[in-house]
Structures are given as structure tokens and as C-alpha cells.
Design a protein. Structure first.
Length: 398
């Protein structure tokens, strides 16, 4: 059978992630890896998970293994509402839902909002998993410039108008305002306020993706867009993957009731419901104060590693190389001199014994950001981070 001919238009538009394609190269033994976009397993509170799971089984037996409501395990939904309220984000029950990670939230948002050819405005660079979800829904993705303060608001206006003048329908703006993956950039309070003003002016829905807001090193980031918004135009996603562990696949969406009603139906079609077992674990972590203890634990853990990377970059990198200075999250974004190609450099870097992710797949448009790369400090310990940066500098100089 000619299976290729059976594929839907949207399957034809799907691409293998460039990052996954590279994983064969970057996961060789002996390599110091700045590549994976994962929290460190050293931070996962495994003993607590073990205790909580044993207790759930002892107390609830088969009940803990049943289907749950599509929107999620009700006690966790209520606990999440409190959790969000403490960050200045009130919500009615009809305005919230749990998802299987924020990645599912992004996929459902794409299904509910995007018709083929609709425009999604994205940061340049942007989270590659979101780009994949938008691409699968056959969105037309358009980049808006990002600098160390946040989104370039003039460029936002410009790109919006250009799309509108070309007859395209702009459906929403997608942003990761805290310690963005991949750049590590955090939007300042002024830019957040300005972004919301522009969104109001253009009557634009904002999708705010915030898995890293609690992973700050010293000072918390400015308030979320959703908490600053008085217009009801922000759909907010956050996740427990980076604070507790990704395998719990537990995240949440807060947003306008009309959209949440459709997201619920889309989720029902996708998986009927999430895992009640995971939801019980997250609930216990919230009720017992473990989440707060986790946040206190991971902040100095990642802060020290990030500092080691930034210090090593300052010591080792040749002239013409620049990088971001994150104050939270897991990533540093490095820019080689114009004309250099980070993908072509990867082979030499791997030969030196260090790996990273070339930056180009993080851009909505092809052949953009060729001279950029994402480095994570999450995986390796401090001596390996220092050695890895030395190796990377050698590869760049060669
Ligand atoms: C910006 C951003 N959004 C969403 C996700 C998805 O996270 P999860 O599905 O584990 O909640 C990630 C994961 O790395 C991310 O970096």
C-alpha cells in the first residue's frame, strides 16, 4: 500500500524534530552535554513520590486507578486554583483545566484555535515544542523580535499589521515571558505592561506559557501577564514538570470560559482524561508543602550551575561571541559571530567532547538564527560545565 498517499495534509506538514534527529550525535558516551531540554533528575523528590504513591494505594486501593473527569481530579483542580490565586491569578471553575503536561495544553490550544493558514505570532526564538504543535495545526508562524528586555513591541505591531494587510487572520500571540526556553530571557515589567497594551490595541489573544516562573535564582520574575491583564485576553499555561518531575505529566491551563469549554472537548477526544494517580501525587505535594520545599531546593541548585556556566563563558569565549544572562530557568542562549553556522560547528564540538543544540529549529522561519545555539546548565555538574565550556571555546576558535 502507498501509505504516503494516505497521509493527511497536517501529517504531511509534520517534521521530525531537528533536535531529536541530532540526539544520536549528542548522546555519545563521554560527551559533556549542554543539549537536553530537561530538568536534572537529581532534583526529583523520588522518596516523597514513593511514600505518597504507597499511601494512595493503601488508602484508596482500586479507586486511585479509575478514570477521572476530563478536566482533571477535582481536589487537585481546587488546589491548583489556590496555587494560581497566590500568584495573583483568580479563576472560576469553568476557567481551568489540568492537562498532560503543558505540551498537551499547547496542542489542544492549536486544535481549538488554528485553521490552516491562520497566523500565530511567536517570539524569535521560540519554544520548539510549541512551534511543532502550531505547525501540526498548519498555522502560518510569524516571528516577533525578542531582546534581553522582552518582546520588541514595535515589531509586534509591525508584524501584526503586515499579516493583516496581507489578508491573513492573526489568531494569537504565543510568549514564554519567564526564563524562556531557549533564550533564558525574561520580559521586564514594562515590556509586560506594554505587551498587554498592544494586545488590547490590536484585540489580540495572548497565550502565556510559564513552566519556568518558579525556577528563579534570587528574585522572583515580574507578575504573570495573566495577573496583570484586566481584559480577560490571556490564556495561561503552567506545569509541574520542572518543579516536581516531567513524568507526572501534570500541568494546567487558565483561560476564558468559552475557550476552556472547547479545550475540554478537545482533551476528551485526545485522551478522555489524565492520570488520577499523578494528580493525587501532585495534590499531596501541594497539601504537604512539598512544592514550596522543592522550589527552595532547586533554586540554589540551578543558580550555582548557571553561575558556573556564565563565569566559564566569560573566561573562555573568544571575541565576537555573546550570550544571555538568565536569572532563572535552565538555558543560556549563545550567539556566534554573524556568518558562523552552529549546526556545522556541532561536529567539531562533538569531536572535542561537548554537545549543544543549534538554534535554528527554535525559529518559526527556516534558515534563521544559524549562528545561535542553546546551552543548558541543568544536566552536568560544575566541573563538567567548566570543562564543557573550555571544549566549546576550543571548537569555536578552531
Ligand atoms: C516553554 C515550554 N513550554 C512547555 C513545555 C512542556 O512541558 P511539559 O509538557 O512537561 O509540561 C516545555 C518543556 O520543556 C517548555 O520548555
Amino acid at each position: 500500500m502507498k501509505f504516503q498517499e494516505l497521509l493527511s495534509e497536517s501529517a504531511r506538514a509534520m517534521r521530525f524534530s531537528a533536535i531529536r534527529r541530532m540526539s544520536a550525535v549528542i548522546e555519545r558516551p563521554g560527551i559533556i552535554s549542554f543539549a537536553p531540554g530537561q530538568p536534572s533528575p537529581e532534583t526529583f523528590p523520588v522518596a516523597d513520590f514513593d511514600r505518597i504513591l504507597k499511601r494512595a494505594v493503601a488508602e484508596e486501593a482500586a479507586g486511585a486507578f479509575q478514570y477521572i473527569l476530563t478536566r482533571g481530579y477535582s481536589p487537585l483542580l481546587e488546589a491548583v486554583a489556590d496555587y494560581a490565586r497566590r500568584k495573583g491569578m483568580d479563576s472560576h471553575p469553568a476557567e481551568r483545566m489540568l492537562t498532560e503536561g503543558s505540551q498537551q495544553g499547547l496542542d489542544l490550544v492549536s486544535r481549538v484555535l488554528i485553521d490552516p493558514g491562520d497566523v500565530v505570532l511567536c517570539e524569535a526564538p521560540s519554544y520548539v515544542g510549541a512551534l511543532s504543535a502550531f505547525r501540526a495545526a498548519r498555522a502560518r508562524m510569524v516571528s516577533v523580535q525578542l531582546d534581553e528586555q522582552g518582546l520588541d513591541l514595535e515589531d509586534l505591531r509591525r508584524q501584526y499589521r503586515a499579516c493583516r494587510d496581507a489578508g491573513h487572520r492573526v489568531k494569537f500571540l504565543y510568549v514564554v515571558p519567564n526564563y524562556q526556553n531557549p533564550s533564558g530571557i525574561t520580559h521586564t515589567l514594562e515590556r509586560r505592561a506594554g505587551l498587554l497594551e498592544v494586545a488590547h490595541e490590536l484585540d489580540l489573544l495572548v497565550v502565556e506559557d510559564d513552566p519556568y516562573g518558579d525556577v528563579y535564582f534570587d528574585q522572583p520574575p515580574p507578575p504573570t501577564l495573566r495577573s496583570l491583564d484586566h481584559d480577560g485576553r490571556v490564556l495561561y499555561l503552567s506545569s509541574f514538570s520542572k518543579i516536581l518531575a516531567p513524568a507526572l505529566r501534570t500541568a494546567f491551563v487558565l483561560g476564558p470560559e468559552t475557550l476552556l469549554a472547547k479545550l475540554e472537548i478537545a482533551k476528551q477526544a485526545a485522551d478522555l482524561c489524565g492520570s488520577g494517580l499523578s494528580h493525587r501525587v501532585v495534590l499531596a505535594c501541594l497539601r504537604e508543602g512539598l512544592i514550596d520545599a522543592q522550589k527552595e531546593r532547586i533554586r540554589p541548585y540551578y543558580r550555582d550551575k548557571c553561575k558556573a556556566m556564565l563565569d566559564a563563558l566569560a573566561r573562555e569565549m573568544p571575541e565576537g561571541v555573546s550570550w544571555t544572562h538568565p536569572t532563572g530557568g535552565l538555558f543560556v542562549w549563545l550567539r556566534l559571530p554573524e556568518g558562523r553556522d552552529a549546526e556545522a560547528l556541532l561536529e567539531a564540538a562533538v569531536a572535542e567532547g561537548v554537545a549543544y543544540v543549534p538554534g535554528s529549529p527554535f525559529f518559526a522561519e527556516d534558515d534563521t538564527g544559524l549562528n545561535t545555539m542553546r546551552l543548558t546548565f541543568a544536566r552536568e555538574d560544575v566541573p563538567k560545565i567548566e570543562e564543557g565550556v573550555r571544549r566549546l571555546a576550543r571548537a569555536i576558535r578552531a
